[in-house]
Ligand binder design. Sequence first.
Ligand SMILES: Nc1ncnc2c1ncn2[C@@H]1O[C@H](COP(=O)(O)OP(=O)(O)OP(=O)(O)O)[C@@H](O)[C@H]1O
Length: 283
Amino acid sequence: MIELRDVAYAYPDTDHYVLDGVDLTVARGEVVGVIGASGVGKTTLAKIIAGFIPNVEGGTLDGSVAVDDVPISSLPLAEAVAQVGLVIQNPFNQISGAKFSVREEIVFGLENTGVPRDEMITRVTDVAALLRIDHLLDRSPYALSGGQMQLVAIASVIVMGTPVLVMDEPTSQLDPGGSRMVFDVISALTDAGTSVLIFEHKVELLREHADRIAVLAEGRIIHEGTPRAVLTDDRLESWSVGSTRYTRAARAARGAGIVHPDAALPVSLSDSTEYFTTQRTGR
Ligand SMILES: Nc1ncnc2c1ncn2[C@@H]1O[C@H](COP(=O)(O)OP(=O)(O)OP(=O)(O)O)[C@@H](O)[C@H]1O
């Protein structure tokens, strides 16, 4: 479980609070998607929840950040990483740079955690099968495509088995099939009790897989709710966040008077089919 209360943060040598008054809770087994404009502070928030801020980057952090009731920002980084797995935005930076095979790369974080060797091997095999990268295990981490590298980076975090996962645009390098597979893996993890906070621009995937969506704007969570409620909210554009293509098409049709103005906006293909079948004005 993640609990953020009144979190505010300013980077070192600045007096500007990038985040100011963030309240957010992610329950056990829940997937919460966070959307927000570029530069609004999503990566900063991800690093705070994972304890990299202030442990590594310093700065001024106020408010409380708890993971499973443990105040994460007061833990040494080595202990914080056992609580929260962080998939960072750029998979090229997640790769350790110290290993010669994908297998060694995935197992790297488990070394020195006291996990017995046999279990390490089983965990790596399982996570590689889950993310369909078994065929890459003996390859060099430097001979991978961007998408393959992203899956290896995700595997190296999931293999740690942390109760909380924070993912910063985990599908940025992936094609639609790969993105869908990652979200299916996330669903399997939450079924087993993992709490997942995911920063993602692909709102249609969040619509399908997130239990809730939160909007980060003006330094705080300005709005949250079910994917349907948030993605059809008229204020999305003012927060510089995109809606689904189905909602955009419906809004355009509504503006043109082609559909009834009061009908609930669609957020998926099936919604959209019904909307355009039943809500036409006949114009
Ligand atoms: N090390 C740093 N020192 C000072 N300011 C920083 C630092 N890193 C980020 N910032 C600033 O903090 C703000 C939030 O950045 P952040 O990377 O968290 O945004 P973001 O929402 O993840 O953006 P994007 O969607 O483009 O990845 C930006 O104004 C950025 O310039």
